[in-house]
Design a protein around this ligand. Structure first.
Ligand SMILES: Cc1cc2nc3c(=O)[nH]c(=O)nc-3n(C[C@H](O)[C@H](O)[C@H](O)COP(=O)(O)O)c2cc1C
Ligand SMILES: Nc1ncnc2c1ncn2[C@@H]1O[C@H](COP(=O)(O)OP(=O)(O)OP(=O)(O)O)[C@@H](O)[C@H]1O
Length: 150
């Protein structure tokens, strides 16, 4: 019996778009089952906070065919879900602000045997396609009025 390869992907996944679908479909190719960890609002500090609550973002990611299960991230320790899920592979997004080497070192320090990969990017296919949650929000603000990252 060949053991199942468990893959983890992660992100904010605020307003879903084809880039997220590409990321998760690419991540799924690294193994047999894909688990997505959805970032808590409090842990999204490198850009404006997501508009949608974590539960809603988790539910949407979970509905994607490529995703076997989606999980709310731990509020304090990003390695809590990793220990629980015990993945064989963590796949970072093509532009995700994490360094593969630093993640690999942190996993080794914790005795977690898991390799780190990076997914490919999805280029726009249509003239008006938006492949960024932030860009989608900015367009909404521009077209519906408002003051941007409120
Ligand atoms: C291996 C790994 C585990 C993570 N686990 C958590 C977690 O438990 N809780 C959480 O809020 N975020 C977690 N994150 C997500 C990060 O907090 C970060 O916000 C996430 O990468 C979102 O960045 P992005 O949406 O800009 O790609 C994890 C990220 C990585 C790489
Ligand atoms: N066009 C894309 N192609 C491939 N992966 C993508 C694309 N857009 C986002 N991703 C990946 O999806 C994951 C989650 O992305 P995130 O939730 O930060 O959305 P985002 O659209 O990148 O947000 P923003 O552009 O507002 O920062 C990240 O790992 C990111 O690399």
């Amino acid at each position: 019996m060949v053991p199942m390869t468990r893959v983890v992907a992660q992100g904010t996944f605020d307003l879903l778009h084809p880039g997220h679908v590409h990321y998760l479909e690419d991540a799924a190719t690294y193994g047999d089952e894909l688990h997505a960890i959805v970032a808590r609002r409090s842990n999204v500090t490198h850009k404006p906070a997501p508009i949608l609550c974590a539960e809603q973002r988790r539910d949407m990611v979970s509905a994607l065919a490529a995703v076997d299960d989606a999980h709310l991230g731990d509020p304090e320790d990003v390695f809590v879900p990793i220990r629980r899920l015990d993945p064989d592979v963590i796949v970072l997004g093509f532009d995700q602000h994490h360094d593969e080497g630093q993640i690999a070192d942190a996993l080794a320090e914790r005795g977690i045997d898991c390799r780190v990969e990076r997914a490919s990017g999805r280029e726009p296919r249509y003239e008006d396609e938006l492949l960024s949650s932030g860009d989608i929000i900015d367009r909404i603000v521009r077209r519906r009025g408002g003051c941007g990252d409120a």
